[in-house]
Design a protein around this ligand. Structure first.
Ligand SMILES: [Fe+2]
Length: 369
C-alpha cells in the first residue's frame, strides 16, 4: 500500500480480516449495475470528477476514523477521488486496476460433512463465479477452476490433499476456465463428460459413472440444457455440484451459440434434466457455479438444500411447454465477450495477446429466473 493506492491483494486481506474499510464506488450507475463489490457504497461521481468538480464527494457521508478505498473501472477516476478525499484529511486509497483487477480477488467458504468430506467453495466475488475444491482423506478434486491454479494447489496443500482429478461442469462462456492449466500444473487427471466437444484431450466420463476421491463417491450426471455437455456431479449423498444447470435462484440460459430451434430443444433438455435432479434426495446441498449477486467476504457458503431451491423457484413447477415458453421470453442479451470466451475454453488455450482482464470484465449473465 503506497500513499495513494491499495492493491487487490491488500484490500482482499483487509476484508478477509473483517477490518473496517469504507469502499466508495464512483462509477456510473450502469457500470455499477453490471458488477460491483458487495461491501461498497455507490456515488455516481464519474462525470463530475472527470470534469474537475470534486464537490460531488461532499454528497457522501463517510464514517469517522475509517479508511476509504475508492473504486472505478480501471483505477484512474478513483485516484482523482482518493486525492480529493485526502485533501480533506480522509485516509483514502484508490484501488489499483479498479474492477478489472478486482475481478481476480477471491474468498472462500467451506463445509465439512460427518464422513470427513470437505467442500471448499472458492469465489470470485464481483463476478459471482464459484469453483470447488473437494477433499476426502488425502485426495481432492477441483471443479470449475476459475482462478490461478496456484490458489487451488495451495488450498489442497493446506488440507493435506493431492489433487487427483480436475473437471468442468460445462464449457464456460463467462470466464476463461483454468482447469486445463491446473491439470498441467498439478498432474491431475482432466475429466470431462464424454459428450464434451473440445479441441484438447481429456479423460471421458460417461453419464452416471462414479469416480472415487478418498472415501467419497462422485457420480457424474449428464444434465444437458444450459449447454449440451452440461454435467451435475453428485457427491456422496451430501451435495450436488450443479454447474449452470441449477442455481439457488434460477436456472441456466439454454440459448448460447444456438438459433431459436436449437434453443427450444435445449429448453426441453433443461426441463428434463431439472426433473431428473428433482427426483433426487431433498436433503442434497445444491452448490452452483454462479450466483447472481456480488459475494460478501462473510465466509457463508452459497448453496441451499434441493428442497429449499425447489420451493423458491416457481418456474420449476411449470409444465414442459410452459417452461419452454417462459425461458424463451426471459433470455437476456448475449454479452459480447461470451462467444469469444466459449471458443477459447473449447480450444483450451489462448493467444498471448488476449488480455484476460479485458476479456473477462463484467458480470455474469448465465441465469434465467
Ligand atoms: Fe455457463
Amino acid at each position: 500500500m503506497d500513499d495513494k493506492k491499495i492493491s487487490v491483494t491488500e484490500l482482499q486481506e483487509q476484508l478477509n480480516k473483517k477490518q473496517k474499510v469504507f469502499i466508495l464506488d464512483v462509477r456510473p450507475l450502469d457500470q455499477r449495475k453490471e458488477w460491483q463489490i458487495a461491501e461498497s457504497t455507490h456515488l455516481d461521481a464519474y462525470e463530475r470528477l472527470n470534469s474537475g468538480d470534486n464537490t460531488v464527494l461532499d454528497e457522501i457521508t463517510i464514517p469517522e476514523n475509517t479508511t476509504v478505498v475508492t473504486v472505478c473501472a480501471a483505477g484512474k477516476t478513483s485516484l482523482i477521488a482518493s486525492k480529493a478525499l485526502r485533501k480533506n484529511e480522509i485516509n483514502a486509497y484508490s484501488l489499483e486496476g479498479g474492477m478489472k483487477a478486482w475481478n481476480y480477488a477471491w474468498n472462500k467458504a467451506e463445509i465439512t460433512f460427518v464422513s470427513g468430506l470437505k467442500i471448499i467453495q472458492v469465489r470470485r466475488p464481483s463476478k459471482g463465479v464459484l469453483s470447488y475444491v473437494i477433499g476426502s482423506l488425502n485426495e481432492a478434486i477441483v471443479i470449475d477452476a476459475a482462478l490461478d491454479p496456484k490458489i487451488y494447489q495451495q488450498l489442497a496443500k493446506e488440507n493435506g490433499w493431492t489433487i487427483k482429478f480436475v473437471t468442468d461442469t460445462h464449457i464456460h462462456a463467462d470466464y476463461v476456465s483454468r482447469t486445463k492449466e491446473l491439470a498441467m500444473a498439478s498432474g491431475a487427471k482432466h475429466l470431462l463428460i464424454d459428450k464434451a466437444v473440445v479441441e484438447y484431450s481429456f479423460t471421458p466420463i460417461s453419464d452416471k459413472e462414479i469416480i472415487t476421491v478418498g472415501n467419497s463417491k462422485f457420480r457424474f450426471l449428464h444434465t444437458p440444457g444450459h449447454t449440451l455437455e452440461s454435467t451435475t456431479i453428485k457427491v456422496d449423498d451430501d451435495a450436488l455440484i450443479t454447474g449452470d444447470t441449477l442455481f439457488i435462484d434460477g436456472v441456466g440460459r439454454p440459448d448460447l451459440k444456438a438459433n431459436e430451434g436449437e434453443t427450444i430443444i435445449k429448453s426441453k433438455q433443461l426441463h428434463n434434466s431439472l426433473s431428473m435432479l428433482f427426483s433426487l434426495s431433498n436433503s442434497l446441498l445444491v452448490l452452483p457455479a454462479h450466483t447472481s449477486k456480488a459475494v460478501y467476504f462473510d465466509d457463508i457458503l452459497i448453496g441451499g438444500t434441493l428442497s429449499t431451491v425447489k420451493e423458491k423457484l416457481d418456474l420449476l413447477k411449470l409444465s414442459e411447454k410452459e417452461f419452454i415458453k417462459f425461458t424463451l421470453s426471459r433470455i437476456p442479451p448475449t454479452p459480447p465477450n461470451y462467444l469469444m470466451i466459449a471458443s477459447l475454453n473449447k480450444k483450451g488455450s489462448h493467444e498471448e495477446d488476449v488480455v484476460l482482464s479485458d476479456l473477462e470484465a463484467g458480470g455474469n449473465h448465465c441465469a434465467i429466473s
